[in-house]
Design a protein around this ligand. Structure first.
Ligand code: ADP
Length: 394
């Protein structure tokens, strides 16, 4: 073997060893890179999962319903509030808005904002699964090249708000009506007096009595309205005391002696002597007055009005105001506690009531931590039940 061959042979040997060495290094580096990539992918997956879970939790904690649709109107995302509002399950994500929500107006709104890339606010009424009024904020989405990318719909349930607005409007309309009636009577009577009736003393006296009666009615109405407004706002200060109920009932009955005698009504106090409640004496007197007044007014002439009472349990006592009058029809039983609700409007006004008496009773009882309910058998009589706390905890 020549020296050259030996040299070349060693060179090849060195080259092979070097190549192996480099290959080994490369493999090790590649393996390291793969491990790093796998770790990175794992970290990304964990981050994505955390991010998605966080986003889902955020969306699910929203009070508003949220639905995201793609450009073809298919639901790609819906939060829990949206599911509850429309009564669909998350399994239905992927279906179109129209087939899932079954509401044409909502589907049309999503399509419109999606196509126009617009922002629209709209109120809709849904009938299923329950009747609700929803305020929708709809936003059209755009992809980076400006193409339609679907829409986001946010549903705000305004049912309660609209109901309260309706109650408030009814109340304002009722108050105006109740104020206008006595006012116009006062005005027309005063005009008749000025037109000459004042010159006849007998006629003048009769007309002045009419004015006086309706002015009194206005005063009662305004007093009741102001009291209710203060009760609603929690601005009536209550001073709770251990109040003996038999004496409380007697005081209230004594106030109505003249009125009862005029109608031949017998008043009876059947409250046990040892019954005590935690009550504000002045307000409780008002509650009893309203109930006794009604029992005499709407009860039977020559009838009987009885106040009774009994302990219910350690924490509560019950007072009852019973009459033997014509009663309250079953369908009106709950409604008599509404403001201005009267079973027989003409009769109630003729009796001089404001239509607010039982609403005040209900509010005062609630402020006592108690309640009021009524039972009535047509033709037999009516009983109002008051539940009051005892002084047990104090
Ligand atoms: P009002 O000023 O008209 O008496 P209330 O709120 O006190 O207003 O009562 C509401 C309505 O409930 C009355 O108009 C009457 O129709 C009915 N009502 C209340 N108490 C009785 C009763 N004891 N018997 C029959 N009807 C009653």
């Amino acid at each position: 073997m020549s020296a050259l061959n030996l040299f070349l042979g060693s060179l090849v040997g060195v080259a092979i060893v070097a190549a192996r060495w480099f290959y080994g290094r490369w493999r090790a580096a590649e393996a390291r890179r793969e491990t790093e990539m796998a770790e990175l992918r794992e970290a990304h997956a964990v981050a994505l999962h955390t991010h998605t879970a966080r986003l889902e939790a955020t969306l699910d904690s929203m009070v508003e319903g949220l639905v995201v649709v793609d450009p073809r109107g298919r639901i790609v995302l819906a939060n829990r509030a949206a599911e509850a509002l429309f009564g669909f399950s998350r399994m239905m994500v992927g279906g179109t808005l129209l087939e899932t929500l079954r509401h044409h107006e909502v589907a049309a709104l999503a399509a419109r904002v999606g196509a126009e890339g617009a922002v629209i606010e709209q109120e809709v009424r849904i009938e299923r699964p329950t009747v609700r009024v929803l305020q929708i904020s709809a936003v059209g989405l755009r992809d980076p090249s400006g193409g339609a990318a679907g829409a986001v719909l946010v549903f705000h349930d305004v049912t309660r708000l609209r109901e309260l607005e309706a109650v408030r409007q009814d109340f304002v309309a009722n108050v105006s009506h109740e104020l206008r009636t006595p006012l116009s009577l006062i005005k027309s009577t005063a005009e008749t007096l000025l037109d000459g009736a004042k010159d006849d003393p007998a006629v003048a006296t009769r007309f002045l009595e009419i004015i006086d009666k309706h002015a009194n009615r206005l005063t009662l109405l305004i007093d009741d309205l102001l009291l209710l407004a203060r009760l609603d706002a929690g601005r009536v200060e209550m001073t709770f005391e251990a109040w003996p109920l038999r004496e409380a009932a007697q005081d209230s009955l004594d106030d109505f002696g003249i009125m009862a005698r005029a109608r031949g009504v017998t008043l009876e106090n059947a409250v046990p002597a040892d019954l005590v409640a935690r009550a504000d004496p002045e307000r409780l007197r008002q509650v009893l007055s309203n109930l006794i007044d009604n029992a005499i007014k709407y009860g039977r002439p020559e009838g009987r009005v009885t106040i009774g009472g009994r302990p219910l349990d350690d924490a509560r006592v019950e007072l009852t105001v019973r009459d033997d009058g014509p009663g309250i029809p079953p369908e009106a039983k709950e409604r008599v506690f509404e403001r201005f609700y009267r079973v027989d409007k003409a009769r109630a006004r003729e009796q001089g009531g404001t239509g607010l008496g039982l609403a005040i009773v209900k509010n005062v009882m609630q402020a006592h931590g108690g309640e009021v309910r009524v039972e009535s058998a047509p033709g037999v009589g009516t009983t109002f039940f008051l539940t009051l706390p005892t002084m047990k905890d104090e």
